[in-house]
Design a protein around this ligand. Structure first.
Ligand code: CMC
Length: 431
């Protein structure tokens, strides 16, 4: 980020100059880090919609144009030519891997696929119907108990073991997920199998039986790779900003990622993929073709889940790719899902309706991803977990940036206090 001419700020008959910072894609920001010192003022930006909280070299988004790039590579090219593991390497380490780097990374993922046997007892102590996101957050945080050498809470030390910690997290998260699924259904746990690729191994742990190995159709492995790849990073969204926030205190990678999982769970963020399917099911059950729901959304009574985005004021490029993949997958698998018909109708109606057009509300990544996951056989309450598996490389890369780039600075926003002014303690008998 280079420094260019400054902005002039006038307050109380005094003028102050504030530096303008410019990023590598020419986006500009006023650097207000000295503002309070110079003027006594802080900035106020509810929801951080206009706040750049860090410098990052991982992901570039241009919301007005619907552009998304990981490390400079357009998402469309990665979706067409890459897969999840290669993209994870790119996001974390900054470059596409050579053949040798790719093999080493895959080998590390394979080596780290199994979880500590004692962690199995942890699963058993949770209720059978525990939400998988609650379990995932707990288990990822617990990794620090079982692999303490990877989680010292000293960034200098943790970064020495970073490759192992990153591979541990990215690999075990799918084992944990599959194990949670099996246990919630009283099914025998299936262990990871050497020789299977990342997505195939996950589906094997989910759907194989001790007496019957799951045969993964190519089309399913491709669809899952695509879903995970498209979720791999998305710059400073709610969960990634949370990961950086936690990491900024010096916390280890597992703790930071567990915090990211919790932030992702909410329906306005990663929980939206589950909410979209619930919405489509409700519309279907009510015999609505979507038009009544659209009317209710315009009245503010309902929210069209899977629509709208804080940054994209144009088509979310991921939604375009997933929408097409959804058609292809269902066709190839011979599935006729009435929810897809409703989704298509909602999309067409909303894109023509002035309420959505004026507010620049377009389908986002979550609008069609759930229909793909349903077709693959992933249960509804695990959709957000799949988002978390996909987002793991982004969280890892952001944790690494916090731990390695620049002088460590704890994240600590200020606030505008609007509570009571000072008052004296009132004894119990006088209240
Ligand atoms: N349905 C109906 N109206 C909407 C929607 C929607 N999905 N999204 C925004 N609006 C309206 C909103 O009511 C407001 O209208 P008005 O100006 O009349 O008050 C206007 O559009 C601006 O909305 P906002 O809530 O101020 O926008 P935001 O940037 O704070 O919120 C959002 C972004 C994604 C939380 C929101 O669009 C939303 O709730 N969408 C549905 C949930 C969803 O799909 N989330 C997944 C996001 S993508 C994956 C991820 O990164 O997590």
């Amino acid at each position: 980020m280079s420094e260019t001419p400054s902005a002039l700020f006038r307050y109380n008959n005094q003028e102050f100059s504030l530096p303008i910072r410019q990023g590598s894609e020419a986006e500009q920001a006023i650097d207000i880090s000295q503002l309070r010192e110079k003027t006594g003022l802080i900035t106020f930006d509810d929801g951080f919609g206009n706040t750049g909280s860090c410098q990052s070299a991982i992901t570039y988004i241009e919301g007005e144009k619907g552009i998304l790039r990981y490390r400079g590579y357009p998402i469309e090219q990665l979706a067409e030519h890459s897969n999840f593991v290669e993209t994870a390497y790119l996001v974390i380490y900054g470059e596409l891997p050579t053949q040798e780097q790719r093999s080493q990374f895959s080998a590390l993922l394979t080596e780290n696929a199994a979880i500590h046997e004692r962690m199995v007892y942890l699963f058993e102590s949770y209720p059978r119907d525990a939400h998988p996101m609650a379990l995932l957050g707990a288990m990822v945080n617990a990794l620090a108990c079982y692999y303490p050498h990877l989680a010292t809470n000293n960034h200098d030390r943790d970064i020495i073991n970073f490759d192992d910690a990153a591979a541990t997290l990215i690999s075990k998260v799918r084992t944990i997920t599959a194990m949670a699924y099996r246990m919630s259904r009283g099914l025998p746990v299936i262990y990871p199998k050497r020789g299977l690729k990342y997505c195939e191994n996950f589906l094997h742990m989910m759907f194989s039986e001790p007496y019957d190995m799951y045969e993964c159709p190519d089309v399913v492995a491709r669809a899952l790779n695509l879903i995970l790849l498209l979720h791999a990073d998305h710059e400073q969204n709610c969960s990634t900003a949370t990961v950086r926030m936690v990491a900024s205190s010096g916390a280890n990678l597992f703790a930071s990622a567990a915090a990211g999982i919790c932030a992702l769970w909410g329906p306005l963020h990663g929980g939206a993929n589950q909410a979209v399917i619930e919405m489509l099911q409700a519309i279907h059950a009510e015999g609505d073709d979507g038009s009544r729901f659209i009317a209710a959304a315009k009245d503010g009574k309902r929210r069209l889940m899977g629509f709208g985005h804080r940054v994209y004021k144009n088509y979310d490029p991921r939604a375009k790719i997933i929408g097409k993949a959804c058609d292809d997958l269902l066709r190839e698998m011979g599935i006729n899902d009435p929810l897809l018909d409703i989704a298509r109708l909602l999309e067409q109606t909303a894109l023509r309706d002035s309420y959505f057009v004026e507010r620049k509300l377009y389908p986002n990544v979550d609008f069609y991803s759930g229909i793909i996951m349903r077709a693959i056989g992933i249960p509804l309450n695990m959709f957000t977990v799949m988002f978390a598996i996909g987002r793991m490389p982004g969280w890892v890369a952001n944790w690494r940036e916090v731990a390695t780039v620049g002088k460590p600075k704890i994240y600590r926003p200020r606030q505008i206090y609007v509570g009571s002014q000072v008052r004296d303690y009132v004894p119990m008998e006088k209240r």
